[in-house]
Design a protein around this ligand. Sequence first.
Ligand SMILES: Nc1nc2c(ncn2[C@@H]2O[C@H](COP(=O)(O)OP(=O)(O)OP(=O)(O)O)[C@@H](O)[C@H]2O)c(=O)[nH]1
Ligand SMILES: [Zn+2]
Length: 373
Amino acid sequence: MIRLEDLGWNDFYAEQTPGELELVEFCEDIEPEDCFAARISRHDGQQYDVLTAGGTSGTQFRARLGGVLRYRAGRPQELPAVGDWVVVRNDVGALKTVMAVFERQTCFVRQAAGQVIDEQVIATNVDTVFIVTSMNEEFEPRRLERYLVAVRAAGASAVIVLNKLDLADDPDAYLARAEAVADGSPVVGLSALDTSSRGLDALGAWLNHGDTIVFVGSSGVGKSTIVNRLMGAEVQETSGIREDDARGRHTTTARQLLLIPNPENPGSLGVLIDTPGMREFQLWAHEDEAVEAFDDVEALNVSCRFRDCAHNGEPGCAVQEALDSGELSAERLASWHKLREELEIQKARQAAVARRANRSKSSRSTRPSKKRK
Ligand SMILES: Nc1nc2c(ncn2[C@@H]2O[C@H](COP(=O)(O)OP(=O)(O)OP(=O)(O)O)[C@@H](O)[C@H]2O)c(=O)[nH]1
Ligand SMILES: [Zn+2]
């Protein structure tokens, strides 16, 4: 029988009375006994799947957003996301109502590049992020550093997983290079294809009961293979299998929050979050995103006479020429300037977060941990 604690519930949430709930009780005359706590396991369009206690893998309901919550959320970031603990009203019928969101312990946001920069919440209340890379050409310490910064910014801890150990002539060299940038985060080498105990068991050390984990990393490094092996079943979409049926509808409604057994201790369960957003986490290299979103402006950029042209009236400016010819609109150029500016701010903010994380690391390790036994 699954309990809330198995799904990641702990004192941090138990001690909260979400503010919205007080308001809801007040204006909608709700009794707390009409509500239950649940975790958002999936979000699609206007509706959510929520997971709560009961059964062998939790009890799942469909739910919609309550009106008060919808109108009270000032910013989209305040709306529930996968991983959130929420208060659900036990409405009669299949569709329940999400009344309030518990304060988040950790939060992954993505800066969505576009006309306006906005933060998008990808997943919340994640304890440990397994940053997966492989012992081959894909290995890139700079990328690891970027992941580590983002994991710290989210408030989670990182474990670096060097997969495909079977392919490496000198695994220790990879481990050493990863450790050089790991900044104290554990580094573990393994082969997801290795069926002996030297394989995935190594991950068990960071899969405490009730912990919420995610796997991130570039395409092809072996995330699905690792997850499938841990689950002991093919739960992930494997590449090549289409989700759409002939009518173009999704035939699989894969859950984005799964209970995952610990390979070292089968009685112990972790909670795995696997949203498409977390999968594309590598796009957090904001610089790359900007270049992609504004590839037309960036292409002109390289044609300017001066390499460091700011496109503000410099002679020989290809951007100015494109403006004059009508090839580029003034609005688009203004958005590009704005984006560049915000990227600078973002970079400075990330650096500050990284510095702060470094400084507080020693104090963090001595603080009593919140829910370990
Ligand atoms: N040699 C070797 N191959 C592996 C290992 N782990 C995974 N692979 C192979 O690498 C390929 C990609 O693995 P996936 O698990 O699909 O990679 P992924 O990270 O989930 O990729 P995306 O779903 O695109 O994000 C598959 O052919 C796996 O069989 C390993 O430890 N050693
Ligand atoms: Zn220019």
